[in-house]
Design a binder for this molecule. Structure first.
Ligand code: NAD
Ligand code: TYD
Length: 360
């Protein structure tokens, strides 16, 4: 079996669903259920004997060590993090705590577990650290895409915290021999993404007839990847990646933000026309730019394509179509994750983290 951290978030939940459907191997999901974690994302697994949910913190060493001892996972796939750049600008300390200190505590628990394993199990064990292309900083319009050798130049508190965690993962491989894998992936989109991020936020605001906030001139470029493609890449890295290696993952879909917003608007015009017949694009509003806003990210995926025979399968426009349709079909999901009542329900249903964890 494998241990997933942060499996109730956007990418973690997609990974757990895909993993159980494709690999069928049992999963223990350790998630603290911060504002970004929603157990409802995995409600379809409620009666699945291959799935165990534990509410808890990656930094709770006693809990993590106990889970490792009891379940003996052959791999840890580490998603848990604070993930939103704008939140990192207004509150950076939480990012240092979870992404840096939490990852370090998880690495230390993994190391102690790994050292006690019999040789064959130790040789097969993997610690897969899910990171971001944002650690490489910002590119100009004509610059070559990020390779794995690109120097680290993080510009936001979020990317600085992820960069620091990447360095600790590297150090645990180099110093102690822990069989680590690190992936640096571009911007994901798809179902169950919390509506603080650009694509779900634009869909939600458009459906409510509210302004669609575009930071600055909207010409910042991101390389968009459907979340299911990210998950299939992670499975390839886990199965065939070389211990100690890092892999860049991208969507081969560079788009300017304004172009992304217009694609969403055009899709909504087709799938859910406004009652007054006006175009959703009329709601686009340019707002103050994000401080330190990175201009462009782009991924050179030669390593993962060449060594692991992986490439993205979902074309951007098709993926956006499916994503918009998902949000149209799941208005209740958006409502529940954004309402204050949802937070109360979590506390009532799961209690304090430690109680729920020991009951799990
Ligand atoms: P998310 O914010 O949707 O989910 C994060 C999850 O981690 C939540 O379920 C949350 O409850 C959990 N969590 C937070 N702190 C925790 C802690 N201390 N202990 C246990 N669980 C905790 O994030 P996401 O978008 O799914 O991203 C997952 C990972 O992928 C992150 O590490 C992120 O840096 C990385 N990543 C994201 C993107 C993207 O576009 N979203 C791209 C590349 C890499
Ligand atoms: P986001 O989804 O927050 O991801 P990241 O900052 O990790 O790339 O933002 C994607 C891009 O969209 C980024 O360039 C910032 C921009 N953006 C807006 O223009 N308006 C918004 O309201 C948000 C949330 C993001």
């Amino acid at each position: 079996m494998i241990l997933v951290t942060g499996g109730c978030g956007f990418i973690g939940s997609a990974f757990v669903l895909q993993w159980l459907a494709e690999a069928g191997e049992p999963v223990v999901n350790l998630d603290l259920l911060t504002y970004a974690g929603h157990p409802g994302n995995l409600a379809s697994l409620a009666d699945d004997p291959r799935y165990v949910f534990v509410r808890g913190d990656i930094g709770d060493t006693a809990l993590v060590s106990d889970l490792l001892r009891r379940h003996r996972p052959r791999a840890i796939v580490h998603f848990a993090a604070e993930s939103h750049v704008d939140r990192s600008i207004s509150g950076p300390l939480a990012f240092a705590q979870t992404n840096v200190v939490g990852t370090l505590q998880l690495l230390q628990a993994a190391l102690e577990h790994w050292r006690a394993l019999p040789a064959a199990e130790a040789a097969a064990f993997r610690f897969l650290h899910v990171s971001t292309d944002e650690v490489f900083g910002s590119l100009g319009p004509g610059d070559a895409a990020f390779t794995e050798q690109h120097r680290y130049e993080p510009n936001s508190p979020y990317s600085a915290s992820k960069a620091a965690s990447d360095h600790f993962v590297r150090a645990y491989h180099h110093t102690y021999g822990l069989p680590t894998l690190t992936t640096n992936c571009s911007n994901n989109y798809g179902p169950r993404q919390f509506p603080e991020k650009l694509i779900p936020l634009v869909i939600r605001n458009a459906l409510r007839g509210e302004p669609l906030p575009v930071y600055g001139d909207g010409q910042q470029v991101r390389d968009w990847l459907h979340v299911d493609d990210h998950c299939s890449a992670l499975r390839a890295v886990l199965a065939r990646g070389a211990p100690g290696a890092t892999y860049n993952i991208g969507g081969r879909s560079e788009r300017a933000n304004l172009q992304v917003v217009h694609t969403i608007c055009a899709t909504l015009d087709r799938l859910r026309p406004r009652a007054d017949g006006r175009a959703y694009a009329e709601l686009v509003t340019h707002v103050r730019d994000r401080p330190g806003h990175d201009r462009r990210y782009a991924i050179d995926d030669s390593r993962i394509a060449g060594e692991l025979a992986w490439k993205p399968a979902v074309p951007f426009e098709e993926g956006i179509d499916r994503t918009v349709q998902w949000y149209l079909d799941h208005a209740d999901w958006v409502e529940s994750v954004t309402s204050g009542a949802y937070r109360q329900w979590i506390a009532q249903q799961y209690g304090a983290p430690a109680e729920a964890a020991s009951a799990a």
